[in-house]
Design a protein around this ligand. Structure first.
Ligand SMILES: Nc1ncnc2c1ncn2[C@@H]1O[C@H](COP(=O)(O)OS(=O)(=O)O)[C@@H](OP(=O)(O)O)[C@H]1O
Ligand SMILES: Nc1ncnc2c1ncn2[C@@H]1O[C@H](COP(=O)(O)OP(=O)(O)O)[C@@H](O)[C@H]1O
Length: 514
């Protein structure tokens, strides 16, 4: 931690900025000493060197850039003539100040953003947030260790019996205390097909607590940046900062330039003779049963089958059942995207009516006109306004999904990035997301021209009209594609209903397929 002097009046005048969630997560790790020897955000030069050579400017190894980027307008305020006044106040997602950055470096990244490099200092305790009781600084965690050796494990998914047996065996072999670190830097943990909201991951791990040897369980705001090796190396650094001597890791021997010894877990199998989990090569083949894959676990949960006791402790199974209920009870966002006049609203309305008639599920329809009058009133059709519109719809739809309802939304949603945000919001709310591309050709939409808007767009009377003078980014992997020039309205509605029924979100016996 830097010990730079920061007078109150300088802090009071410093401009404020709320970083992105992953930057805030990095900040927290910097502040608590989990990223030692780092004491602040990297300059652009250092970040580049780390990206290219995995080395800090002093030559020591470090796996991933730890950076903070701010809008140019704020950087201009920070860029004070007097060096000691180059301070940025960091506020959390709720707007409360948490830290200050002494801005040694301000490197433009382009016209809009500037990379800030310099040491950070805590100015208020971060006490909010879920499971704050499970947060610990390295010093606090170290006080709980009962043995000189500490076996750390970054828990990416629920602990079923094979994972519990692996941890227990490794801890026993080493005579080590166990340190379970639950990464909460991403809103959603794990990778498809089994992704869980971070809080659900924590709950599922706490449900297995009784089955662990002496263990310290903490949350750390580690996030996955997408590069498995570098993510693994960074985890090893953080584990080392928490005093781990060993790291149980599934992703290769990654000690990340630390003294932590990587332990590769042995593959375990279930021995049907005595119901124990042991090294699979120690079990005679007729009595071997492999652990369930994530895909199998996800599929069983989706269908509402209980997870078997030989594989998953009942308390963990119950927690997973709650978090990922069967699809027929789980929230769902059906997002129709396509050109104006392609038939999105017509089909969404048909699906809505069918669902209301069947009474099978609660359903909300976010139809274009209503959305633009209420939720998005005042917004136009610039790229920014369309993004705001689509993200707002995505947000509200995800909230419907959070409470187990079905949301039907049908904006043009011309940009991939906004559709991806809508999906991520649904994901984080524990809801499923089905993208329906209503891929009616432009000529057909234009020929329909119900509102005469295409004619006006062609005549230049409406600017930035999707498909004519504004982009539509085609979805590359929608769950469903419907071309309404080839099928009738009823057939389009049936196609959606069939997809939802086959996928398990609706009861097969409804009125709708008759
Ligand atoms: N410039 C421009 N481009 C596209 N569409 C336009 C434009 N101006 C008005 N309209 C009418 O607004 C409807 C599209 O609004 P959306 O909210 O679905 O659009 S977006 O998702 O925000 O891009 C769409 O209505 P529908 O035909 O019901 O889809 C258009 O008729
Ligand atoms: N097979 C079909 N599916 C959906 N709409 C169709 C079909 N055939 C013709 N149409 C007509 O096309 C128009 C589609 O308009 P709308 O559903 O408002 O499109 P969007 O919401 O995509 O702008 C409606 O007038 C509808 O009656």
């Amino acid at each position: 931690m830097s010990d730079w002097v920061l007078p109150d009046e300088i802090l009071a005048e410093a401009p404020s900025h709320t970083p992105l969630p992953h930057e805030l997560a990095d900040l927290e790790l910097l502040l608590c000493g989990a990223y030692q020897p780092l004491t602040g955000f990297m300059s652009a030069q250092e970040a580049r060197q780390v990206s290219e050579a995995a080395r800090l400017l002093d030559g020591s190894s470090w796996p991933t850039p730890v950076t903070l980027d701010i809008p140019t307008s704020i950087a201009e305020e920070v860029d004070h003539e007097e060096r000691r006044r180059r301070v940025l106040r960091i506020t959390d997602a709720e707007g409360a100040p948490v830290a200050a950055v002494e801005c040694h470096q301000l490197d433009p990244l382009g016209p809009d953003m500037v990379r800030v490099g310099g040491p950070v200092r805590r100015i208020a305790e971060a006490e909010t947030g879920i499971f704050s009781d499970l947060r610990a600084t390295p010093e606090e965690a170290k006080e709980t260790y009962t043995k000189p050796r500490v076996l750390a494990h970054i828990v990416q998914g629920p602990l079923h019996r094979p994972q519990l047996a692996q941890i227990t065996r490794a801890a026993h072999t080493l005579a080590a205390h166990v340190l379970l670190m639950i990464p909460t830097g991403n809103a959603v943990a794990g990778s498809p097909p089994l992704r869980l909201p971070a809080a659900a991951l924590v709950r599922s791990i706490l449900a297995a607590k009784d089955r662990l040897p002496a263990a310290t369980i903490i949350t750390v705001p580690l996030s996955q940046r997408g590069d498995k090796i570098r993510d693994g190396l960074l985890s090893a650094r953080v584990a080392a900062a928490y005093g781990a001597t060993h790291l149980l890791t599934g992703s290769g021997a990654l000690s990340g330039g630390t003294k932590v010894r990587a332990m590769l877990p042995r593959e375990l199998g279930y021995d049907t003779r005595d119901g124990q989990w042991r090294a699979i090569d120690e079990i005679e083949p007729p009595f071997q049963r492999a652990g369930l894959t994530d895909a199998e676990v996800a599929d069983m949960l989706d269908r509402g089958f209980g997870l078997p006791e030989w594989h998953t402790p009942p308390a963990v199974a119950a927690e997973l059942r709650r978090t990922r209920p069967p699809r027929r009870e789980r929230g769902l966002v059906v997002f129709f995207t396509g050109l104006s006049g392609s038939g999105k609203s017509t089909i969404a309305r048909g699906v809505h009516e069918t669902l209301v008639e069947s009474g099978d599920r609660t359903v909300s329809l976010f139809d274009g006109d209503v959305v633009r009058q209420l939720l998005s009133s005042g917004l136009g059709f610039s790229q920014t306004d369309r993004s705001t519109n689509v993200r707002r719809i995505g947000y509200v739809a995800a909230e419907v999904g959070r409470h187990g309802g079905i949301a039907l939304a049908c904006p043009i949603a011309p940009y991939v990035a906004d559709r991806d945000v809508a999906k991520a919001l649904a994901d984080a709310a524990g809801a499923d997301f089905v993208l329906v591309h209503v891929a009616t050709p432009l000529e057909v939409c234009e020929a329909r021209d119900r509102k005469g808007l295409y004619a006006k767009a062609r005549a230049g009377k409406i600017k930035e009209f999707t498909g004519i003078s504004d982009p539509y980014e085609e979805p590359t992997n929608p769950e469903l594609t419907i071309d309404t020039s080839k099928i009738s309205v009823d057939q389009g509605v049936d196609k959606v209903m069939e997809y939802l029924t086959d996928g398990g979100w609706l009861e097969p016996s409804g009125l709708h397929l008759g």
